[in-house]
Design a binder for this molecule. Sequence first.
Ligand code: C2E
Ligand code: CA
Ligand code: CA
Length: 794
Amino acid sequence: MSDDVSQIDTKVRALRRTVNAIALSLVAAITILAPLGYGLIDYRYEETHASFRAKLSASRVAQYIYQHSQLWQYQTARIAELIRLTELPDNAGRYRVIDQAGKVVLSEDAVAAYATMTRTVPISVAGVSIGRVEFTVPLDSMIQRLGIATLLSLLLALCAYATIRIFPFRVLDRALEGLDSAHRMIVDKNAALEQQNHELMEREQALRSTKAMLRQRSEQLLEAQHLGKIGDWSFRLGDKTLWWSPEIYQLLAYDPQSFRPERNAVTALYVGDSARRLQQAQAEVMRTGLVNSVDIKVKRGDGSIGDLAITSKAMINADGGIIGLSGTIQDISARKSAEAQLEKLAYYDPLTGLANRSLFHLEISELMVRNRRTGSDAALLLLDLDGFKEINDTLGHGAGDELLRKIGQLISQALGPGNFLSRLGGDEFAIVLSHPTPRSEIEQLATTLLAAIAGPIALERGEAAISTSIGIAMIPRDGSTLNEILRSADLALYRAKEDGRGRYRFFEAGMSAAVQHKMALSRDLRAAITDNVGLSVHYQPQIELSSDRVAGFEALMRWSHPTLGSISPAEFIPLAESSHLICDLGLWILREAATQAKRWLDAGEPPRDIAVNVSAAQIWHTDFVSDVVRVLEDTGLPPHLLCLELTESLLADHAEGRVRNVLMQLKRLGVTLALDDFGTGYSSLGYLTQLPFDKLKIDRVFIDGIAGSERSRKLLQGVIALGRGLGMTLVMEGVERAEEVDILLEFDCDVVQGFFFARPTVAATALDFARAFDGKVERRAGAGFETAARAAVG
Ligand code: C2E
Ligand code: CA
Ligand code: CA
């Protein structure tokens, strides 16, 4: 089909070409030949006219000369008259009569024309030529006519072209378009047909595979019936006979030869209320005609008890009447035991094998209901391991799991039988003493538990030392609902942790207020972090004594509580530290401070350090190095301008190797490290030489009261000499008085920070201070500083 169309197409294209050629030739012919023909005719006319006049004039003049043969040359007026007689209307022209000697006898005025034609005829008298007549006609008007004729023929040619070339083709195009759309229609129809064909084939294929699948399914069903231990049964109402398929005999372990499935014999197999429930179900089938299924228990032929699922449906005759029941019997013993297994999984902790939180909830709720009836007392002990997370992080999760298992065993052993122990999740365990126990006995038990866990616990590889805290609540005194009692025990546990870990605390009424306040604060702080509201950063200038300029700022966190107002970091930082919130807070201020420092730099401020406090938890529990790398990348702050302040508490743990590693990585990034609060912590000087600190921040305890005490001065001098000896930059914190600055100058301290110069304040004010301070100090004496500092602030 498309071949035909393309053939037609080629032919049409050839036809177009031919017609085009013809039309163009015609145009050429008309535009060239028509004016040419016309021009020739016109020219002939002019020529004839000129020749005619010349001839006529010549014959008239000859006649006249013949009659007046002498001196005709002088009869010019008469000759001119004769010649003028030959004039035709509208026929301009010029004549001349020339004698035999070539002399012009007579001449009319010249013709004013740009093209002329001249014809000459001899004057012969009696066969002798005595001169000649010359006629000249203008050709201008002929040329004009020729021009007009050319234009007209061009027009004519265009008309002809249009008639030949455009109109027929338009008609042809229409016809072709019709043909084309007809063709397209045919093509579309063909495609649709093909599609239908394809679909039909596909359907056939699908049908074939469905059939195959069905066949396979029914085979599988038979197989499954066998494997799944399903048998068929039927019961006819008329003769009350019950029929079993061989599978039923098999799955009930009865011999079809000896056992007749008669009503009483079968009913005797049912265990418990199975017979009643089955009867009820079948009565329902008879009433509603709907299929029904019940799970029952039966006694098998071998004496074992099995679980069966019996489905029943009505058998209906042609008139729609019920003539009996039929159905299947399936052995579901395996499923039932799997369900029991699942229940166990749902209620037991797979790691320790102890009851889990769900079972604990169930147990304690039931206990509370029971005790309410009997008026009996009970107790709940919540145990939480101290610092388990750190052990888990350092020793690995495998060792962590092993430790939890071991501790579960230790508690069980210490507890003895009859008490309920469960693992609530993580490192939290709960003990329910369901019988009334005197307080002294509970205390005894708590002490035993603490001691059992406190000793080193041997693990597959090495050993671990861990302590635990215990919170105790009395039921129902400290709570009459599950939630209340849990909260009370939780509060007691919290207090135990606060009081120094490794101890137990009983719940006391006053506890809740204080602890709840802290818990609420903790919750609000979390909200402040997630919603990023209420948190801000203050900056405290650090002054370099040698250059009299602000060399950097320490970033200090501020929190404005939605209802309680501004809360001191001394209160909320420890709170954040106890709940790991500090990690998020620390990252937040790091990013915030780095962004601010970069902004200052971009605004053209001289480079100044930015010091950020880093909590030990950030090093222990987060990938702190990556965080720093990301913040530096994101903000574009040059690493050497970032100073991280860490405290000695960092090393209060056993993870010295890891801490060292992290600090080394940080140093490699190019950031500076400062040891904060030096003098308040463990003050073991060993780590000072081993860890890569660049700065030593001497705590304000060393400067307090220094002006009045020689001993304090000596101590400070010693600390400064120590830091110098280790090549560290010395930063004095908490400088409040001019005399202190004088002493620090004398002792050659590098950097000072304190209220004497400036309090921590918002970024803009801190910057104003730095700008005013830099370069304004003339003298290094304390008085000078004071004036300058005052001037800078004021
Ligand atoms: P720090 O790191 O030793 O910070 C210096 C503290 O001393 C600041 O208290 C500062 O306001 C105060 N201070 C400065 N100059 C003087 C002075 O001349 N006299 C006295 N008496 N105090 C002065 P602030 O801001 O209340 O912070 C208290 C502590 O909270 C900080 O002690 C630091 O341990 C912690 N902290 C504050 N912000 C952060 C933070 O972003 N992250 C972490 N991890 N801890 C922070
Ligand atoms: Ca600090
Ligand atoms: Ca400090």
